[in-house]
Design a protein around this ligand. Structure first.
Ligand SMILES: [Cu+2]
Length: 297
């Protein structure tokens, strides 16, 4: 057996004895937990199958022509150089395909951009390297930072095996909390460089740009914890600012909000009496963004 064949046999044996590793492979996009994410997935599958049909038609015709009209069979090349009929056909068919894809895509895009009639508005500000969540008109605002255990394990020569850390690099101290079934409007901005807020299960990702306010919305159908990451290369710790969203039943969310508001009230009182208490970090861009939002509303 040659060396390369031995190698191939070893790889094959490895593949057959490690089905667990392959079971974790996910080739397609996740389906998500919002109506929009499922619609985007449907659109992706529709266009995928259209591409498959086009590939079958084009390669089928090409292979048929190569075999049927091969030189060894005595084929003689045609000598025409123009066909109006063929040009009309190969113009109309692609236009029909493009229009057929554009109609459902435009419908979905319009839904994605429609942030009207939201139940809750949260301003999300990206910082190097954490997120700030501000529940507008609710008097609740806090930072969301990667947890200490992930942060320690990721240091060079930390000696900590990342596999021992639960949700390694995908866990934060204070997740974003929203009620299930509510239309949540997210206003995105940044305090320093461009970041991007991304939760794959919601089918949503948008840039957070200093001095600008971008909008997105989601309505999670199922309670649970959904994880994402900053999706814009924002500096050397870009990989260490995860996004965690906890979707809770309405009653649990109400209780959480009340608790947070009580905590915020306590901090405000402490700040009024004790000047040494650190005030929350704000900066020009983020404050401008809040002003712009207030104006828009
Ligand atoms: Cu970032």
């Amino acid at each position: 057996m040659s060396k390369s064949m031995k190698y191939a046999a070893a790889v094959l044996a490895g593949c057959l004895t490690a089905p667990c590793a392959f079971a974790a492979w996910e080739l397609n996009m996740p389906l998500g937990v919002t109506e929009l994410s499922r619609e985007i997935h449907g659109l992706h599958m529709l266009i995928f199958w259209i591409c498959v049909l086009i590939a079958i038609a084009v390669f089928g015709m090409m292979i048929y022509s190569l075999v049927k009209f091969r030189h060894s069979q005595g084929a003689v090349a045609a000598n025409f150089d123009h066909s109006t009929k063929a040009e009309i056909v190969w113009t109309i068919i692609p236009i029909a395909i493009l229009v057929g894809m554009a109609v459902p895509a435009a419908e979905t895009l319009i839904k994605i951009e429609d942030t009207r009639n939201s139940d809750l508005t949260i301003k999300v500000t990206g910082y190097q390297w954490k997120w700030h969540y501000d529940y507008l008109d609710k008097n609740v605002a806090y930072f969301s930072t990667i947890t200490d255990d992930s942060n320690r394990a990721r240091q060079l020569d930390s000696g900590i095996d990342p596999k021992t850390i639960k949700n390694y690099l995908l866990e934060v101290d204070h997740p974003l909390v929203v009620p299930v079934g509510a239309k949540v409007r997210v206003l995105l901005t940044s305090g320093d460089v461009i970041h991007a807020w991304w939760v794959p299960a919601f089918g949503m990702k948008k840039d957070a740009i200093p001095g600008f306010v971008n909008e997105l919305w989601f309505r999670a159908d199922e309670p649970g914890v959904y994880r994402g990451q900053c999706a814009e290369l924002c500096g050397y710790d870009h990989a260490f600012m995860p996004v965690v969203v906890e979707v809770k039943p309405q009653a649990e969310y109400d209780a959480w909000l009340k608790e947070k508001q009580a905590g915020a009230g306590a901090i405000t009182t402490a700040q009024a009496t004790d000047k040494s208490v650190e005030t929350p970090v704000t900066n020009g861009a983020a404050s401008d963004a809040t002003a712009a939002v207030a104006k828009a509303e």
